[in-house]
Ligand binder design. Structure first.
Ligand SMILES: Nc1nc2c(ncn2[C@@H]2O[C@H](COP(=O)(O)OP(=O)(O)OP(=O)(O)O)[C@@H](O)[C@H]2O)c(=O)[nH]1
Ligand SMILES: [Mg+2]
Length: 616
């Protein structure tokens, strides 16, 4: 590694909208540089996780070091393939901190989409060199995809990003056409890092993974100095001291190296065992040579919270340790202990979005063999307290509510607030009418509307977050035949007329089903939940009233008629053992029931009801 001085290093990320071909382009770059053997089987090789392979999407940024010789000079190129979906944009912004430039990939068929815009601005604001690449373009047959229209996409890029048309490189990542040109552009256009090996060590931890045997593997970018096995280093965040066990580069698997130098990107293992030790955004420095820590990252801001409980309560401790390990690999998940009368002890987890929640759940199942119950997702609301008693209890006036069960009563609150996001929608103009109607139905306020070209429009709307987390994207996709794309960013809180809706069974509230909703949506949601619950609860000896209530006011009601399955009736005659057996079986079934007042509800009924709600 010592032969690669900073002048011969280029650090860059590949960024784009979902599915525009980042990982496929990375495959070709790995092949051209001989990092992996060229075969027909290389399909998104950097997507190593099972969930990534199954879903065909990248969820975790992945680094790879490439060696490439150009005009007689040997270069060390460090590439980071990033995810495209909005839920994982935290991965993108972190990756960019280790780079001096980006390759911005745009699909020649789809053109600029919502995440293209979002990711462009991430790179632009970080003042990185940007190389636009138009993908799915095949020069020999003119086009790779039938509807590819590179000229149009180039014009969009010029109009929106102010990058001259002739700077775009047309490639086919799949066929490898023109990809070598991209590498050359990387060398010409992306500046080498401006760091010195003679400075004291300053290493940014921009990502980390957890290995069962070796503990934390930190991805580091060296902003100064050098590092090798045996060095004593200190974490600026925890002030803890470590001895370096191993350093190396990713090619894309870990390859140990003797030393890493300023400007280089690689990994480090130094006996860190805990989540709190491997703080992403942390600066590592040499013992007794403290440096000014790098600014680090804003911590990931959870957008949705959901309760998580083991399906079988004897699995509690196993789930706890699985959660600890998985959050090491995905530090953007926030974890709080929680408990619920129906589901027992568990956690309340914060995710960056619904896809993130699904992916995390899938990884728990696949990588840790855990099956869990997830409750309905909720967004983090705020309440400004007016009751002196509550202010004293919380120690502050403004509290964040991530569990509807803890929603403070209107009488002790001067104002409720809900989180909002600024959404960007990019769509062919013929769907505009329907999309505007959808946005209005979601209580959104239009902020901007811009034609990217004669057929394509970019809309900006301020949305209440809870109106989009569950199913907005699906609704948008279905009314635009899949052509509209959506991205959003945090836009702070706004005052909102929120209420807590309780669900009652024969007058007793069901804590798990308490929901915080906007006043305007209360009736529809209440009716919906009651209907679902009626389907989910078995009939019992007496009639059951299922009600939705706001405070003392009932806003919806369903009635479940009385009924009892007399299992013993069939056992006429005197076989007492058979009778006993049946009664015993019935009693066991009841163990799986949760009693609310005198009503027995199957444990999974809540989930059933909540899940259906999210499918709505
Ligand atoms: N026809 C054609 N298809 C391509 C080309 N490049 C990528 N694809 C296909 O586009 C799809 C998405 O490619 P990926 O490389 O996974 O896209 P990505 O940008 O990494 O996607 P995310 O990481 O999920 O955001 C795959 O089915 C690829 O085979 C290309 O040049 N031509
Ligand atoms: Mg990918």
């Amino acid at each position: 590694m010592s032969t690669y001085s900073v002048e011969s290093i280029r650090n860059f990320s590949i960024i784009a909208h979902v599915d525009h071909g980042k990982s496929t382009l990375a495959d070709r770059l790995l092949e051209i540089t001989g990092t992996i053997a060229k075969t027909d089987c290389n399909k998104q090789v950097l997507d190593k996780l099972q969930v990534e392979r199954e879903r065909g999407i990248t969820v975790k940024a992945q680094s790879a070091s490439l060696f490439y010789s150009h005009e007689g000079v040997n270069y060390l190129l460090n590439l980071i393939d990033t995810p495209g979906h909005v839920d994982f944009s935290y991965e993108v912004s972190r990756s960019l901190s280790a780079c001096q430039g980006v390759i911005l990939v745009v699909d020649a068929n789809e053109g600029i989409q919502a995440q293209t815009v979002a990711n462009f601005y991430l790179a632009f604001e970080a003042q990185l060199a940007i190389i636009p690449v138009i993908n799915k373009q095949y020069v020999v047959f003119k086009i790779d995809l039938k509807n590819a229209d590179p000229e149009r996409v180039e014009k969009q890029i010029e109009k929106l990003f102010d990058i001259p048309v002739d700077e775009c490189i047309r490639i086919s990542a799949k066929q490898g056409t023109n990809v070598e040109r991209v590498l050359q552009k990387v060398i010409e256009k992306i500046p080498p890092p401006q760091f010195n090996t003679t400075d004291p060590l300053k290493a940014l931890v921009f990502d980390s993974t957890f290995d069962h045997y070796r503990g934390v593997i930190a991805n580091i970018a060296l902003f100064g100095g050098e590092i090798q096995k045996g060095h004593k280093i200190v974490s600026a965040h925890t002030k803890k001291r470590y001895e370096v066990n191993e350093v190396g580069i990713l090619t894309p698997n870990e390859q140990p190296m003797h030393k890493l130098y300023a400007g280089q990107v690689g990994y480090l293992i130094a006996g860190m065992k805990e989540v709190t030790e491997a703080q992403i955004g942390d600066t590592l420095f040499m013992h007794k040579q403290p440096v000014e820590p790098l600014p680090g990252f804003k911590s990931a801001k959870p957008m949705v919270f959901a309760g998580m409980y083991p399906v079988d309560h004897s699995e509690y401790n196993n789930l706890k340790s699985a959660l600890e390990r998985l959050t090491l690999n995905d530090s953007s998940v926030s974890v709080h202990r929680d408990s619920s009368p129906a589901l027992g002890a568990g956690w309340r987890l914060g995710f960056l979005g619904l896809l993130h929640m699904e992916v995390f759940n899938q990884r728990l199942e696949q990588e840790y063999n855990m099956s869990v119950i997830l409750t309905a997702p909720t967004v983090p609301y705020k309440a400004v307290l007016s009751s002196a008693k509550l202010i004293k209890e919380y120690g502050k006036e403004e509290i964040t509510v991530i569990n509807p069960a803890q929603f403070p009563d209107k009488l002790s609150v001067s104002e409720y607030m809900e989180p909002t996001v600024l959404g960007t929608i990019v769509t062919p103009h013929k769907y505009i009418g329907k999309i505007i109607a959808l946005c209005q139905d979601r209580r959104a306020v239009q902020k901007d509307m811009l034609y990217i070209d004669e057929h394509r429009v970019m809309l900006k709307y301020l949305f209440p977050l809870n109106e989009i987390v569950l199913d907005f994207y699906d609704a948008l996709k279905s009314l635009s035949s899949g052509y509209a794309s959506f991205d959003y960013e945090d836009a702070g809180y706004q005052a909102a007329d929120l209420i807590k809706m309780d669900i009652l069974l024969n007058g007793n509230p069901v804590e798990e089903l308490a929901t915080i909703i906007h006043n305007d949506k209360a009736y529809a949601t209440g009716k919906f939940l009651c209907e679902r619950l009626k389907d989910a609860i078995p009939r019992q000896l007496f009639e059951i009233a299922i009600q939705a209530a706001i405070g003392k006011k009932i806003i919806a009601r369903e009635t479940l008629k009385a009924y009892r399955k007399n299992v013993v009736a069939k056992c006429y005659g005197g076989d007492i053992t058979r009778r006993m057996k049946l009664l015993k079986r019935q009693a066991e079934g009841k163990k799986l029931m949760r009693k609310i007042g005198n009503v027995e509800v199957p444990k999974d009924a809540f989930i059933h009801v909540l899940k259906r709600q999210s499918d709505k």
